[in-house]
Design a binder for this molecule. Structure first.
Ligand SMILES: [Zn+2]
Length: 227
């Protein structure tokens, strides 16, 4: 398997560990962490240091009495029955025509909110995911091998996680697990190679803005990418 080269900012990973990250960032970051051992390790380390900080906070005496009383209540109320075994979630796949893609669990859980696929020009398919996103909109986008998305820029932020295969643009190559954060400064034209298709999920907070040649006529239709 290819190694992952593009990761979220450390500040985002720390905010995630502290439960301070919301919306599209949080969902796509959680999916990236499932795919990326490096970031998983960073988040775990940050959680560890947070809990150590908590542990070493000095208690005032009255707090200590209160926490001992709380602990006693908790112990009194522990259930006698053994804890239930963890629920094993079924592995849910995303289906597009004859293809099936295994998803990170955090996205698989969202599958009941998946809209239908629509076909867009140039070997593209798109399906909206109606996930809770704090104003962000989520789209699964599948690019056939040898296809391209018209060149566009972003009026807001675009966060993309590659789930399968890979694509390239003017800035580099992206493979499964890569986490890409773009904003209005970035103008790009994603394309796939002749031998590899690509599935991504993108979180957008504004419609795309197409910038090149004939694709400009798509601008009135850019809501297609944001419906
Ligand atoms: Zn990572």
């Amino acid at each position: 398997m290819n190694s992952i080269n593009h990761h979220p900012d450390t500040a985002w990973l720390q905010a995630y560990a502290e439960g301070r990250l919301y919306g599209g960032k949080a969902l796509l970051l959680a999916a990236h962490i499932e795919m990326c051992p490096v970031c998983r390790h960073q988040v775990a380390q940050h959680e560890q240091s947070l809990s150590e900080q908590c542990w070493h906070q000095p208690f005032a005496p009255q707090d200590q009495n209160a926490s001992e009383a709380l602990l006693a209540t908790l112990l009194d109320n522990l259930p006698d029955t053994p804890l239930e075994a963890p629920v094993v979630e079924p592995q849910i796949e995303l289906q597009l025509e004859h293809r099936r893609f295994v998803l990170p669990r955090v996205l698989a859980r969202q599958m009941p909110q998946l809209g239908s696929w629509s076909r867009l020009p140039g070997g593209l398919h798109q399906a909206k995911l109606n996930a809770e996103g704090d104003g962000d909109r989520f789209f699964f986008i599948h690019m056939d091998a040898n296809s391209s998305v018209p060149q566009h820029t972003h009026q807001g932020e675009e966060i993309t996680l590659v789930l399968h295969g890979g694509f390239a643009d003017e800035r580099g190559e992206y493979k499964a697990g890569d986490f890409i954060h773009l904003d209005g400064r970035h103008n790009h034209q994603p394309h796939t190679d002749s031998d590899e298709d690509c599935l991504v999920i993108s979180a957008l907070d504004q419609p795309l803005h197409f910038t090149s040649g004939l694709a400009r006529i798509l601008n009135p239709l850019s809501q297609l990418f944001f419906r």
